[in-house]
Design a protein around this ligand. Sequence first.
Ligand code: SF4
Ligand SMILES: [Zn+2]
Length: 421
Amino acid sequence: MIGTDPRNPFLSRVAARLRRSRPPNPHRPTSLIVERLPSGPLTRVWFNTAGCPEDKRGACTMCNYGAGGPTTGDEMVAQVEAAISGIAQPEGTLLVSPSGSLFDAREVPTAAALAILRLAAASGFGAILTETRPETLTASLVDQALEAVAGRAFGVELGLESSDQAVLNLCVNKIMRLADWRTALALLSSRGVPVTANVSLGTAFLSPAEAIDDAVATVLWALRHGSRDCAVFPLIVRDWTVLAHLWRRGRHEPPSLWSLVETLIRVGPDIARRVSISWYKDYDQERGGASADMTALAVPTTCPDCHAEVVRRLDSYRATGDFEVVAGLDAFTCPCHDSWRASLDGAQAPWTHRLPSAYEALGREVLGETWWAAHGSGVLDWLGVALGESGAQARGQPPVGPPSNASSRTAIRVNSPRSEW
Ligand code: SF4
Ligand SMILES: [Zn+2]
């Protein structure tokens, strides 16, 4: 049974506490990356804002796009204008994004969002792409956006992360219902706006095998429900996140690049044509490193002997979409490829069974023994109710089954948050 409140009050509290010590970075410069994709050149422009409002509420165990200072709408427009005017040859697609949500008026005033789209449309690029959370979209906003891009091809990336509501709520804390995502997709599709689903690989609390299962099932779910394509993100561990806390204590590793290859192999060549891979390397590192508020602590990798070659081949796949490159990587011989395969076979209780002890450790370490003594049993009761209908997992069956039309692969009852936490 799916409840109506997608918030995870425990993970929100933990993440908000971890982010408390993140240094603010009010003057982070606009970030610009140009790449060549099978569909043509892609220029990505991220502008600075005060940050994603959901980040401030403790959402998303993997995310840290930094904490900018107060930024006015005019300043945002000026940032984008300056970035675009510095592009010598605008061609292909322009992604323009605040890193959070363009259509969240708490982050980007609507007038500024529309002005930015008008600037993008006038810049000479053939297509405009942006990112937003699904619940920020309304019919009126989409219509205004289409008017702003004035006939240019326009697409929207919607963060999905996982098509399993239980994973979203209990592992990602995305603060989103799958139903919201599907509503946004239907709204955009009804106006001819294609959707790219952003999919996570390496979510907190999932084993490597579970993470691959989840990414594969999520890609299939998103495409079946009408996404034009998907982008799979093997998750980087950024500081001041729940992932970073788990990584520091040896309870999380970023996914191996072999897991990314396996995800592509599992979806197969036909579907992989609609799947891009993103941030399988640290782009910031290539540009001198991320700013202090977004430090990358660990990135998806293989071993030092093969890493450069694997990344070179993944670069080639990202640029060409040639599935032969993926097949070649699948057959690539390296001892680390063998040990990665062996690591997938380890017998382990499903994540739903491991979660109570993972929450307890997090609660004690981040919120403190006193807090846990006062609230720990309430947290575990809440979690128990959330997982209470997870009969398959309780019986020790794998948590991720074949994709279905159900709204959640793992049964879950989403409780109302407990205000006393
Ligand atoms: S993943 Fe998106 S919604 Fe979640 S904190 Fe990051 S920017 Fe905000
Ligand atoms: Zn290797």
